[in-house]
Design a protein around this ligand. Sequence first.
Ligand SMILES: [Zn+2]
Length: 222
Amino acid sequence: MVRRGWRALLDLLYPPQCCTCGAFVGSWWCERCRAQVAWLAPNEVEHVLALPSGAALPIYSAVRYRAPLAEAIHAFKYKATPQLAELFAALMARAWHISHAETLPFVLVPVPLHPRRQRERGYNQSELLAKALSASLGFAVARQALRRTRHTAQQAQLADDAQRQANVQGAFAANPRAVYAKPILLVDDVYTTGATLSACAEALLAAGASQVAALTLARARN
Ligand SMILES: [Zn+2]
């Protein structure tokens, strides 16, 4: 209630402006821009990645990583627009429902940021997505299930898949108390090479997760 009051007050002081076209239409991402997202077809939503250990990681994504969504994600990550999480989570929930008529009660695990980067940004965008998804999918969120064990270079700044893989390999550890014998659904904003998701999935499986899948808002690769 208090939070809603604050939000209403902030909306009065700083009226919501569409993060991609700049229109003041009472939304952080206007309906016109949202209508331009490039949905993945139902048979394209799932992409299966082979993990180095030999296990398979199914990765579900809602839309292609293209304008104007790419700008919206950039705004979400770097310009403190966490309100976009609910709009994005609605797209992700749709992709999940397309692939799953009924499912196990997965536990949502956001891909963690390094604590230093989270302090700079003020929030972890994957955690905001996981929280918003929790409301629509009815799955619990385990915030502390994964942690970064070392600082890594930003994946976007690395040249190729091999460098990205080496950058994040062994960079995550999972808490067995949070994941042992549970089906885990990893949550992240963009699936690019899958190197980060793979490293997270390996850590979760090593800690005893019964199975691991991933759900991302966008997919950058074909
Ligand atoms: Zn717009």
